[in-house]
Design a protein. Structure first.
Length: 244
């Protein structure tokens, strides 16, 4: 009988990307990993491709669905493992922030997260967004502006100040027929970025980019404690965190 690891972390996109090293860890231990996600995020199965990983719609039928519940405690040993990453901070504490608590729950160093993230890119979709939707050219100089955070349709927007720069802004928008992975070419070719903290940061950690500036506004405006949840996560990108 195959061993099964069932993960509860159906959203947001950044959390799912961040947790892929946990997925790889359990696959190496001999588990088939079942990873349910929200229905509108099922497209991620085409980008997070790995032998031993099944990304499924949380509303579909899947192995051990009767054990899939936000209120269930994690079971970290045995032929069946259930990892409730959505509630990890309530188990290991809040001292390191809720993102780091996900790795602390399973006894892994959070610094391995980017090693576990592998994105299978769809160049055709990226080019369609770049050239057809946004009407960009290869020689365009622009910076990326993103004010939105959260998983649509439940997202919020931060009022980020206008940036004084020689580059034109390209605004990240939710456009019908596209998804966040389609933006990788746009992200890759940008001259700079101004963004609220969101899943873009996890994607950027895997890209070979050299920007003029990397400005990030924590989603609480930098006025609260949210920055401690993100400031340790990104080693490759020299983010400059701003306050409103």
């Amino acid at each position: 009988m195959n061993k099964t690891c069932l993960i509860y972390q159906p959203a947001g996109i950044g959390d799912i990307l961040f947790c892929q090293a946990i997925v790889k860890h359990y696959i190496k231990l001999g588990y088939d990993v079942v990873y349910p996600v929200k229905s509108n995020l099922i497209y991620l199965k085409d980008y997070l491709v790995c032998d031993g990983l099944s990304i499924v719609d949380e509303n579909s039928d899947f192995p051990y669905k009767e054990r899939y519940n936000q209120g269930h405690k994690s079971v970290l040993n045995g032929d069946f493992v259930f990892i409730n990453l959505d509630q990890s901070q309530n188990v290991v504490g809040w001292s390191d922030g809720f993102m780091l608590s996900k790795y602390k729950l399973v006894g892994l160093d959070y610094n391995v997260w980017s090693d576990g993230l592998e994105i299978k890119r769809n160049r055709d979709r990226e080019n369609k967004l770049y050239y057809d939707y946004l009407k960009l050219n290869d020689n365009d100089d622009y910076y990326l502006l993103n004010t939105k955070h959260g998983t649509p349709p439940n997202y919020a927007e931060l009022q980020i100040p206008k940036l004084d720069t020689k580059y034109k802004p390209v605004n990240m928008e939710f456009m019908e027929g596209t998804n966040i992975m389609d933006w990788i070419k746009v992200i890759e070719n940008s001259k700079g970025i101004v963004t609220v903290d969101t899943c873009i940061q996890y994607i950027m950690e895997k890209l070979d980019i050299d920007y003029d500036f990397y400005y990030c506004y924590p989603r609480d405006g930098g006025k609260g404690g949210h920055i401690k949840n993100i400031i340790k996560l990104f080693n490759k990108i020299p983010w400059e965190y701003k306050k409103l």
